[in-house]
Design a protein around this ligand. Sequence first.
Ligand SMILES: Cc1ncc(COP(=O)(O)O)c(C=O)c1O
Length: 442
Amino acid sequence: MSARTGQSSFDALWMPFTANRRFKARPRMLVSADGMYYQTPEGRPVLDGTAGLWCVNAGHRHRRVIEAVQRQVALLDYAPAFQMGHPVEFEAATKLAAILPADLDRIFFTTSGSDAVDTALKIAVAYHHARGETTRTRLIGRERGYHGVNFGGTSVGGIASNRRIFSSLQPAGIDHLSFTYDLGKHAFSRGQPEWGAHLANDLERIVALHDPSTIAAVIVEPLAASGGVLISPKGYLERLREISAKYGILLIFDEVITGFGRLGAAFAAEKFGITPDMITMAKGLTNGTIPMGAVAVRRHIHDAVLGAAPEGTIEFFHGYTYSGHPVAAAAASAAIDVYKDEGLFERAAELAPYFADAAHSLRNAKHVMDVRNLGLVAGIELKPRQDGVGIRGYETLVRCFEAGVLVRAMADTVGLSPPLIAGRKHIDDMFGMLREVLESIE
Ligand SMILES: Cc1ncc(COP(=O)(O)O)c(C=O)c1O
């Protein structure tokens, strides 16, 4: 507490997506990190079961990423993003394009996942406009989807608590597919559930309702993470691709979480063998080290937008001061090298069955009503407590932190998504600690 202001050192910061008053009454602080572990101010190790916020895929403080950042910041701290270029952003875009599927090889850099989503939505509208289809402005998201917090992403997003008070401000013409999870049909599925491909036909309903000539794009997460680890049923994404292509609607995969090896391939698009029209990404792009996002765009979409503008003029009136920031680009370039040189995407694929067994070993643990998994993501769904949804999930998060493992709580779904460098012992430890916590709480 400061004698001058009467304020505690916690008062000035308004924390994002956090129960601020509760946190400040009993803070959970992290002061350093290395590899698979965080450290608290008391020097207590906390196993990182969530790769930070699904982003530190190569583990904490990776030497090559740190060195790339240090070199770059000492050489060129910043260069204007508009009408000027610097070598590292071109290098990062080229390396990124090389690990993306098909012709998704035109890269627009942003500063976060939210910015990537809003950028992709605007590119979709700009693409149709460039081809003379100016009525195609409608954007389709999905219930329980999460696409960040900007106005576009909030609007196509489908998590009620995030949208509720802003819904009258959303752009005109937003609609949502129904979500894909059914506890009765899906409980304890290993990997993609068998049931539910037909739920993609909901896009046909929306097309019939609004007419395809009004629809620009549909955006989905291949695995809806923040909405509670909802895994697309077998055949669902394929069907969505077919229907969207049939009506000339662009399909955007939001791979902010599934990108960079989380499902055992560079991107979910590659894992599922589906080519969307755009992929949004962030997080693992720089191993979480420096904020950065990106949109990968199929070549003909990029070419159509550029080709519609008169030669010598700006083709797309959009961008961020920090698009392609030199230090972020250096981190991205190094992170992509690390993923490749250390074979981390393949490692995640190899580890996935062990991780799945560990997750499903909680099937009979106290409070557990479902376990879902794909790649190195698991969602453990707890029965809500009678006094409210999310209370048991939050208590699990707090008690796990005290026990020495970081988990994520999305209402009553406990999420685990460790760095891709995790070993079997780390996996045993994280699920072991989670089990003990579940046994100990009400
Ligand atoms: C699928 C998805 N899209 C977008 C975002 C937003 O990314 P950011 O928090 O970097 O703005 C997230 C963040 O978790 C996400 O999971």
